[in-house]
Design a protein around this ligand. Structure first.
Ligand code: BGC
Length: 840
């Protein structure tokens, strides 16, 4: 059937009217964790959704399913390049089609309001305009190939602590000008087919409600004012009410098939609390989503007919390109970078993240990667054969030991290697079991419906003399014994909350230290776990068994690494965060590098003047030695092609042309929003519209590196800026309709190499009117020029950036006065200016 023949809204509405109430309500809750219900009478096939936004995880119907793992979203944003984001969106679409996914749960356009936010890596920027540009491009890339985007998390869910309970308190201007702004702009520019309502709530002064019930924001703003015609989908297990959420504007409860709607919603419609036409409208919105994604009447869509069955080199190439393009050169004294491989004889590659890179952030965005190229492998492959590569960890920065090795485990029943799991029903009858061959016994979905308890048994044999540390990690209700003695127990009866705060894959740990003398020691471990019931998510148990053998102390490891650095031509130290630090489910408690990494860097810097420090982190970490590092590179959470991308950058095969999409603080005490802990259930957005770099400008504080900073491989001279239409008033009809201004910037690449530059424009509004930021990011353009050549950048400055939300008229308004547009390389390196005035 061709697209033209697909039923239009009127036809769909008519078919919906023909359905009984129960059938319609059934469509409003997921059929499973990742699928929506089908309804042949509407011509509706099941729509499948999947996370985003580091790749497309798939539905995990096959536990061995892997996929393409992209750099984390903040790395993409650091490229400041909409075309690149659109290409990555297209790649996600191909991957989605390959996995039978119709809607990718991405992009996330919450803001990096505080550096400690657990999902900082998953958001694009601290700036609404940069966020919106990148996100809109990604949506275009996805949807241009027939795969839906789900714009999330609507709205002001910018931190994780207590995320299902807190209310973000913001005034209306802040909400409109900062946190709603990316949603509004992406909807206007790219029209995502679905939107996700957040776990948290908003108190905007007129109404305080969870976002799944926020009628003012969902119905009045998103749907009526902005004209959003698709479904609002709940975040997973976020819906806590029947009537309030149904009236509030939510259209789909996820996951299913259980949840607070179903029969309760049918009853609420029958009793007149919820009008039936509201139910019809929700079904219509879901049918539109199906129509877009080709799930209505098995229609032909924009999808390419043939999708390569497995990911290939071209796709790996794009992931590598994103990782290099996003990498930010923060410092490069005496042009230490890029290295010329021919002149090298030895490289010391050092650091906890050099040996165990952190490739992606944790939580729902996690993708089991189809392949990974660690830093060691990428560098080894790229360096000429005669160059020695010496790798040293220089101390562990993780608190969690590695999973115990299978060689040390014995199944007590058979004497073979492994960990025995016995399943018991509610009467205590043994109903099944299995033998596991590693230390991670997190059974997510493998637990049969009748299983109530799982008992794990193994004997750990420790041979090496010294002190071994065994670590057991469990959640919920459990009991752990070692050689028959109780060592730990838990009685946490929470259900789905253990999924939502990520403790199911990041459980608390108990250390058991075992001293081994001349004779090996055998420790009999028993872990008795009660299955956690989660409602819509899978029932699960979690148990981890980890092991740290006796070994050198961190300081012994550092000394060894420093000795290697001292005799190498070049030392490359890779420091950063890890899976214990940056994840969905919790916020960080500070922004220091974990472990002894600062000591390591300081000592390596002292040992070798040719030291390059690479930061492998998504969110800001303090770098107290930054001024002493001759070369400093921010490499993000770089995804599966990490090693190749790092080699491309270090050896000059590609220019790292990233610019910081957030501000890097120099001192913890300067951070404008140092934590996101709710107080009395409220996260107070007291800084108002002064988010991110705007706060730093208002306070006049000097960060370590400012928003927008990044050096690349060449130098730029900014020659001139012109505003072909100098009066804003003529081009700014109210409200968002005006399309703004165009700035023409001339610049020259004065350096020795071709390069890419991000021309940034900041707006200084008049300060004698309403409270406004000192400077706002107003536009940017990415240009490329050969060495010694001049290039013209055209920068679009949208009308909206001049405007404020007028709470009295409930409309946008451009305060009259003189506005200055500043052009430069970062928010603190502004080289050209032009003024414009707006009339009353
Ligand atoms: C996250 C969402 C995600 C959903 C489904 C939630 O925990 O907040 O971003 O799309 O899970 O995995």
């Amino acid at each position: 059937m061709s697209r033209a023949a697909l039923p239009d809204d009127a036809e769909l509405a008519c078919r919906i009217k023909g359905l009984d109430l129960e059938s319609k309500v059934r469509l409003l809750t997921g059929a499973s964790l990742w699928r929506l219900p089908a309804e042949p009478r509407l011509g509706l096939a099941a729509v499948t959704v999947s996370d985003g936004p580091q790749g497309v995880r798939g539905t995990l119907d096959d536990p061995d399913e892997t996929g393409l793992l992209a750099p984390a979203p903040s790395a993409l944003a650091a490229a400041w390049d909409a075309d690149l984001a659109e290409r990555l969106g297209e790649l996600f679409a191909v991957e989605a089609l390959r996995k039978g996914v119709d809607v990718v749960l991405a992009p996330a356009v919450n803001l990096q309001r505080t550096p400690v936010a657990g999902r900082h890596f998953e958001y694009f920027s601290e700036d609404p305009l940069l966020t919106a540009r990148v996100a809109a491009a990604m949506v275009r890339g996805l949807q241009g190939r027939g795969v839906g985007a789900c714009l999330k998390h609507f709205v002001a869910n910018d931190s994780e602590t207590d995320r299902t309970r807190y209310r973000a308190r913001l005034d209306e201007r802040t909400l409109r000008e900062v946190y709603l702004a990316p949603f509004e702009q992406v909807l206007a520019e790219a029209g995502p087919w679905s939107v996700m309502a957040a776990y948290s709530g908003v108190d905007d002064g007129t109404r305080s409600a969870p976002m799944t019930e926020h009628a003012r924001l969902l119905r009045e703003v998103l749907k009526q004012e902005w004209g959003f015609a698709g479904p609002v989908v709940s975040d997973w297990s976020a819906t806590a009410s029947t009537v309030a959420s149904a009236l509030g504007g939510l259209d789909l409860v996820m996951p299913g098939p259980h949840g607070p709607w179903g029969e309760a919603l049918v009853a609420a419609v029958r009793s007149g609390e919820v009008p039936e036409q509201l139910v019809d409208d929700k079904v219509l919105r879901l049918a539109r989503l199906a129509r877009h994604t080709g799930r209505l009447e098995e229609a032909e869509t924009l999808r390419p007919s043939a999708v390569p069955p497995v990911p290939g080199p071209e796709e790996f190439g794009l992931l590598r390109e994103v990782a290099t393009r996003g990498a930010v050169v923060l410092r490069n004294e005496r042009d230490l970078l890029p290295l010329s491989p021919q002149t090298l004889t030895s490289v010391a590659l050092i650091g906890p993240n050099a040996v165990a890179p952190y490739l992606q952030g944790g939580g729902s965005a996690f993708v089991p990667a189809v392949r990974t190229v660690p830093f060691t492998e990428g560098l080894r492959a790229a360096l000429p054969e005669q160059v020695r590569l010496n790798v040293h960890r220089g101390g562990d920065s993780r608190r969690r030991a590695p999973y115990v090795s299978l060689d040390l485990l014995t199944d007590p029943d058979t004497g073979e290697s492994g960990l025995r799991a016995d399943f018991f029903d509610s009467d205590g009858n043994l109903i099944g079991g299995e033998v596991r061959r590693d230390g991670d016994w997190s059974a997510y979905g493998a637990v049969t419906p009748a299983t109530r308890r799982v008992v794990l048994r193994t004997v750990v044999t420790l041979n090496e003399p010294g002190t071994h540390r065994l670590q057991v990690g469990c959640v919920g209700r459990f009991r752990v014994t070692a050689d028959g003695d109780d060592v730990w127990s838990g009685d946490d009866d929470r259900g789905v909350e253990l999924v939502l705060d990520s403790s199911h894959h990041h459980p608390p740990l108990k250390d058991i230290d075992v001293h081994v003398g001349d004779e090996p020691r055998r420790v009999a471990l028993v872990v008795d776990l009660t299955v956690v019931e989660t409602g819509g998510h899978n029932r699960f148990v979690t148990a981890q068994l980890r092991h740290a053998p006796p070994g050198p102390t961190p300081y012994e490891e550092i000394a060894e690494a420093v000795a290697a650095a001292a005799i190498a031509d070049v030392a490359v130290v890779v420091v950063g965060t890890n899976e214990e630090v940056e994840s969905e489910g919790w916020d960080r408690t500070g922004i220091d590098l974990p472990g002894h990494q600062n000591d390591l860097v300081r000592q390596v810097l002292a040992a070798n003047p040719r030291t390059i420090v690479v930061v492998n982190a998504g969110a800001p970490v303090l770098l107290p030695w930054a001024d002493e590092a001759p070369a400093l590179l921010w490499a993000w959470l770089p995804g599966q092609e990490a090693g190749h991308a790092l080699a491309d950058v270090l050896l000059g095969r590609a220019e790292p042309s990233g610019r910081l999409p957030w501000t890097l603080p120099a001192r913890a005490e300067d951070v404008p929003v140092p934590d996101a802990r709710p107080r009395d259930g409220i996260v107070d957005y007291a800084e108002g519209v002064h988010v991110g770099h705007r706060s730093w400008d208002r306070a006049g504080l000097e960060p370590a590196f400012p928003f927008g900073h990044g050096l690349g491989w060449t130098h730029w001279s900014y020659e001139s800026v012109a505003l072909p239409e100098p009066s804003v008033s003529a081009t700014l009809p109210s409200p968002a309709g005006g399309d703004g201004l165009k700035l023409i910037v001339e610049l020259t690449n004065t350096g020795p190499r071709a390069g890419r530059e991000v021309v940034q424009v900041y707006l200084e509004p008049p300060q004698d009117g309403p409270d406004r930021p000192v400077r706002l990011l107003a536009g940017f353009a990415t240009v490329h020029a050969e060495a010694g050549t001049r290039v013209t950048a055209e920068v679009h400055v949208p009308a909206r950036i001049f405007q404020i939300w007028d709470t009295a008229t409930q409309d946008w308004h451009t305060p009259p006065g003189r506005y200055r547009l500043l052009v430069g390389r970062s928010s603190r390196d502004l080289r050209l200016a032009v003024d414009t005035t707006t009339g009353p």
